[in-house]
Design a protein around this ligand. Structure first.
Ligand code: ZN
Length: 239
């Protein structure tokens, strides 16, 4: 069983009736429902109100893959929680950052850069092009995912050069954006996936759901340690 935890700040859906109409019980519950259609995935959820209490070291140790969506409340995630998440990734936990999670505290900690990008919200269509068709995260996607409306994110995206670029988004008015990026940090794997603006039903798109399911399986730990230490090693004289 792959234990997934979904963190969603869960504010837009409670403060805006148009967004509540798309995700009545929150983006996290939408993600939980489609992931739990898979027999090998089990999901728990955390929101901003209980993030400090629920995302403990112990909880992170039992999380194989943490999915992260936030936008208006990055600062309400305590620094110590972001640090805990960073440590858990270095120990081996997998991590998927969605959409505006590019500015979350843990993503910035793990990248070490501003993670700034350019953006506008005009309801453009997006084609999320597969640029690495042999990659496990692109399995079953075909040439591209068409999204009728998505927030436009554009380059430059101030992140370190990724280990692999799986998707590149192209928008109605010409912007391009590296929309699916893979990183390794310590023992952990990280996937950043750009689609998912709260005003559009992006997480109800079956192809987007497939990408997130694939990413969970890709990011799950292959090797994991309990703590980050420099072990002292002695080599016997006779080998
Ligand atoms: Zn957005």
């Amino acid at each position: 069983m792959i234990n997934v935890t979904v963190y969603n700040e869960f504010l837009h859906e409670r403060n805006n009736s148009a967004i509540a109409a798309i995700y009545p019980d929150g983006i996290h519950m939408c993600i939980k429902r489609f992931l739990e259609t898979e027999d090998d995935i089990s999901v728990s959820t955390v929101c901003v109100d209980d993030v400090a209490e629920k995302l403990t070291d112990e909880a992170l140790k039992h999380t194989d893959v943490l999915i992260w969506w936030d936008h208006m409340a990055h600062e309400r995630v305590p620094d110590e929680v972001a640090k805990r998440v960073q440590t858990a990734v270095l120990c081996g936990m997998g991590m998927i950052f969605l959409h505006s999670g590019h500015h979350s505290k843990p993503f910035r900690l793990l990248m070490g850069t501003t993670c700034n990008l350019t953006w506008r919200e005009d309801g453009d269509f997006e084609r999320v092009w597969v640029v690495k068709p042999a990659h496990p995260i692109a399995k079953g996607i075909g040439r591209f995912i068409y999204l009728e409306h998505e927030e436009t994110y554009g380059e430059p995206f101030d992140v370190p050069e990724p280990d692999e670029t799986v998707f590149v988004g192209g928008y109605e008015r010409g912007e391009v954006f590296r929309s699916g990026l893979c990183y390794k940090r310590g023992n952990g794997k990280i996937f950043y996936f750009q689609p998912g603006h709260e005003s559009f039903p992006t997480y109800k798109n079956p192809a987007v759901q497939t990408v997130i399911k694939n990413a969970v399986r890709w990011a799950k730990p292959d090797y994991r340690v309990d703590a980050l230490v420099c072990p002292h090693v002695t080599i016997p004289d006779n080998g």
